[in-house]
Design a protein around this ligand. Sequence first.
Ligand code: CIR
Length: 258
Amino acid sequence: MRRALVRPVSESLSRCELTCIERSVIDLEVATGQHRDYCQILAENGLIVQTLPAAHDLPDAVFVEDTAVVLDELAVITRPGAESRRPEVVAVIEALAPWRELVHLTAPATLDGGDVLVVDRTVFVGASARSNEAGRQQLATALDPWGYQVRAVPLSGCLHLKSAVTLVSDELLLANPRWASMEAFGGIPHIPVAPEEPHAANSLRLPDRLLLPAAFPRTRERLEDAGIATLTVPAGELAKAEGGVSCQSIIFDDGLAQ
Ligand code: CIR
């Protein structure tokens, strides 16, 4: 089964980290409702949704993606780039331990899962303010025995690599080429986001469809025209905390039969 780890929106969300956007008022009730809808969509699309304990003292805990990189062979527990986010890993370690061998990144490494995009055996890692060279090196050392190669991707103007580029099918990317150097991706083709929707590149692959925030209809149209089946969820309130759709879950195969 595909399993999705999620974590409730924290009551302290308004004190979240922000890097590339201005702080604006976040309506906690709306954010919580949008996250509930998101979890429901995951369940309706065949995923087992496992909810981690709420952590109301950790403002960004809902963005679980940043705390771990889960591959078929192992899970790498990150050391998030923002100090306020480091305690988030504790509950994630506990949740992943039954499913994977765990490898832990250690200081001076920093790495956010939102910077990690896996395409086959290549692991692209955003050279962001959150993920440093030591983080990439420790990740490469952990993954090398399994035949994965780590490649750095220069970024500018966005928080994470996956703010700028996500994978929409086995060999097709969705990208905002203004934020990420697409040369780093070699020959992998990409669909550019609609220019008036710069934040639209963050998508989430579900078993049969691609999940997008409802706010990006023009990019959605480009994807549908290219034969990618999509569905949308309202995600505007968590976007004020600089989160998208990929960052609200950690999805992996739990090895259990359907
Ligand atoms: C942060 O700045 O860490 C959070 N406010 C947003 C994290 C979003 N994570 C992601 O896109 N993977």
